[in-house]
Write a protein that binds this ligand. Structure first.
Ligand code: B1M
Length: 208
């Protein structure tokens, strides 16, 4: 097992070049992609969040860390997708209105693609109406929403309301996730499924 601390530290300090190089080295040494994400990269981002909370880091450091994480994830994404087998359905995914966090959402999208789903990624700051239009146009079976801010969580409920208003709520299953989201919250807003992690998202989608 190679030393993964340089990757952890590269994300923490926003060093995208080293993050990429250490990820490549870890693959060459046979480390599992998802193990790398869960045991090294996410803890680094958690530490970034902790430093931000106690005013050791500010938005520029957050952005640099996100850029380093994305650089490493670019290498991991094709491997996650390559794991897929049979096509399992079409999913529309996005980060809800007001929210610009997309690292977790991108991971979930890659895992779902790896799980055999066709994924239509609407990006970040997605208006409820945009989810509705995409479901109609693409005839999607599942709407997957991500939120990272406590202030944007209510946009999930608004989107479910918009699906109801458009008369298509019973044609799709709604799945939600993101750091502040809990199973209880998912139930409260009338979502059909919840997953705490990207890895669990495939199982949750299959259940739906
Ligand atoms: Co922001 N940010 N941020 N940020 N940021 C948090 C979320 C925060 C917790 C940091 C902190 O204070 N500790 C805090 C939120 C506090 C709160 O809501 N109570 C916060 C804040 C306050 C803000 C701003 C308001 C800061 C400011 O401007 N003053 C601002 C808001 C901008 C906006 O969205 N409108 C902001 C901005 C940013 C950046 C743009 C600088 C950057 C994001 C860059 C990007 O995504 N492209 C950023 C970052 C990087 C973070 C932290 C440090 C890391 C997030 C991350 O990528 N984690 C974050 C602190 C933290 O999370 N520790 C923080 C790694 C990622 C793999 O995990 O996204 O949780 P995560 O995804 C997981 C699961 O949640 C789950 O699967 C993923 C993998 O297992 N999951 C799903 C996610 N979506 C799912 C959907 C599913 C299922 C599972 O089904 C559909």
């Amino acid at each position: 097992m190679p030393d993964l601390k340089p990757l952890h530290d590269a994300i923490l300090t926003g060093d995208a070049k080293t993050a990429k190089a250490t990820t490549e080295a870890a693959f060459a040494a046979g480390v599992e992609p998802m193990k790398l994400v869960q045991e090294t990269m996410m803890p680094a981002m958690d530490e970034v969040g902790r430093r931000f909370e106690c005013n050791e880091y500010f938005v520029p450091e957050l952005l640099l860390a996100a850029r380093a994480m994305k650089a490493a994830l670019e290498l991991i994404r094709p491997l996650l997708i390559a794991g897929g087998v049979e096509p399992a359905g079409r999913i529309v995914i996005g980060t809800v209105k007001g929210d610009l966090h997309d690292i977790g959402k991108n991971l979930v999208a890659a895992m779902l693609e790896g799980g055999g789903y066709e994924v239509i990624d609407l990006g970040v700051n997605v208006e409820p109406e945009k989810f509705v239009t995409a479901v109609k146009e693409k005839n999607a079976r599942i709407v997957a929403m991500s939120a990272l801010l406590t202030t944007t969580m209510p946009a999930m409920k608004t989107t479910i309301e918009a699906l109801k208003q458009a008369g298509i709520r019973d044609q799709v299953k709604v799945m939600v996730g993101g750091a502040p989201i809990s199973e209880k919250y998912a139930e409260e807003i009338g979502a059909d499924g919840y997953s705490k992690s990207a890895a669990g998202a495939v199982a949750a989608a299959r259940e739906l």
